[in-house]
Design a protein around this ligand. Structure first.
Ligand code: ACO
Length: 380
């Protein structure tokens, strides 16, 4: 097929790249389902571990299946001595997303099944990455605070394990539950940019570690998962509720985007943001951060009046920022925590793609010269 007869679709907004049973989004109505189950229902009733099972297996587990799956994750929480030593060698000034990306790539170095593309082996790698991620993020943060490592406790669920390692003490039930719900809400979201990155990688029959490291790098961008950190930086920069109106109107007048708003697919409110908004309010009130929540509400109010009619509403990153801050998490851990959860969706889509793979290889419309002369370097 000639490029001249093909349709240009720069952001792939109008391209469906395959079939999927993982998540359904109705951007006009603000609906998100994982395997047919509404996100609100999952946030209220499920757990991160159960949601991971759902995404990987396309159905909810029985009690025995959930127990076995959870045990499988927990048995791989701890890092090898080689990985602990590697973590120690990373410069303390490194961005946590880069640390996570590097360490996930390093997991490949000690996996003899790295290139085994059977679905069983791919799922095993996915679970290994998912299980190791909390220890990597939490312990890198400890290192840069001058604290020694805290190893994971196999009795904890993922959220509790992460917070225990991060803070060195068992988290309160409310905090652990709050993080668990956030992990459920972030676990999957169709073929977003980072999930697409995993599909490009596995589409070449490369390995799961390479796919997830590509996804982590993609999630880091401020137009994608990195927006949650930008939201918090913005709230801190504004500093005071009285300064919000001028700040937001000024940004809009200069045609600068306001982080945490807008979405390629949602033109109604992102249902995850609806859930997180209520959640952020109660956590902020409990932890003495209510002013932060009130600032967020005010930004939303102004954005709604200015650009709501254009379909620009809060996305998942807007209220997750104040939620994570209220939980006492460092701002540059927000996106790694997003990755900790999205590991599930990345792997689920990557494995699904492998079951019916086709190399992803789009084209571009060439607009450069033809038949150009090669000028010798001395003559340029
Ligand atoms: N603030 C102000 N205006 C916005 C915003 C925003 N956050 N988002 C979109 N717009 C405006 C654009 O300026 C543009 O206006 P125009 O038509 O007058 O030129 C119009 O809405 C369309 O914007 P695009 O960027 O073309 O829309 P796209 O579908 O590419 O954008 C995106 C989606 C990238 C998420 C965008 O809304 C954005 O940059 N938001 C801020 C970053 C952010 O929060 N990202 C997280 C997304 S959720 C996630 O990935 C987990």
């Amino acid at each position: 097929m000639s490029e001249a007869t093909m349709t240009m679709d720069k952001g792939l907004d109008h391209t469906i790249i395959g079939e999927s049973t993982k998540s359904f989004i109705d951007g006009q109505k603000g609906v998100l389902e994982y395997v047919g189950i509404d996100i609100d229902s999952l946030a209220r009733n499920s757990t991160f571990e159960e949601t991971c099972y759902l995404l990987l297996n396309d159905r909810l587990p029985t009690p025995a299946e959930l127990e076995a799956f959870t045990a499988r994750i927990r048995s791989q929480y701890d890092l090898s001595e080689y990985m602990w030593a590697a973590l120690k060698a990373i410069p303390l000034s490194a961005a946590p997303m880069h640390v996570l990306q590097t360490m996930v790539a390093m997991l490949a170095l000690e996996d003899p099944d790295c290139d085994d593309q059977s679905l069983v082996a791919e799922e095993e790698k996915a679970i290994r990455i998912l299980a190791a991620t909390p220890a990597i993020i939490a312990n890198f943060d400890r290192l840069r605070r001058g604290e020694s490592f805290v190893r994971p406790d196999a009795n904890d669920n993922v959220a509790t394990s992460f917070l225990r390692m991060l803070n060195g003490t068992k988290p309160g039930e409310a905090s652990a539950k709050a993080l668990d719900v956030c992990l459920v809400l972030h676990a999957d979201h169709g073929i977003n940019a980072s999930t697409f990155a995993t599909m490009v990688v596995v589409g070449t029959e490369s390995d799961m570690y390479s796919a997830i490291t590509a996804a982590i790098g993609t999630l880091r961008g401020p137009l994608h998962g990195g927006a949650n950190e930008r939201v918090m930086n913005m709230l801190q920069e504004i500093g005071d509720i009285g300064a919000i109106e001028e700040f937001v109107l000024g940004r809009l007048a200069r045609k600068e985007k306001v982080p945490g708003f807008g979405h390629r697919v949602y033109k109604a409110i992102d249902p995850r943001a609806t859930y997180l908004k209520t959640f952020a309010e109660s956590i902020a009130a409990e932890t003495g951060n209510i002013e932060l929540f009130q600032m967020s509400r005010k930004i939303e109010e102004i954005m709604e009046s200015q650009v709501g009619a254009k379909g620009i509403h809060p996305n998942v990153d807007f209220y997750s920022a104040s939620t994570y801050f209220s939980l006492g998490l460092a701002i540059d851990l927000f996106t790694p925590i997003f990755a900790m959860s999205r590991n599930a969706g990345w792997a689920a889509h990557a494995i699904e793609r492998l079951e019916d793979n086709r190399l992803i290889r789009p084209r571009c419309q060439y607009t450069g010269p033809h038949a150009a002369d090669y000028t010798a370097i001395a003559d340029r």
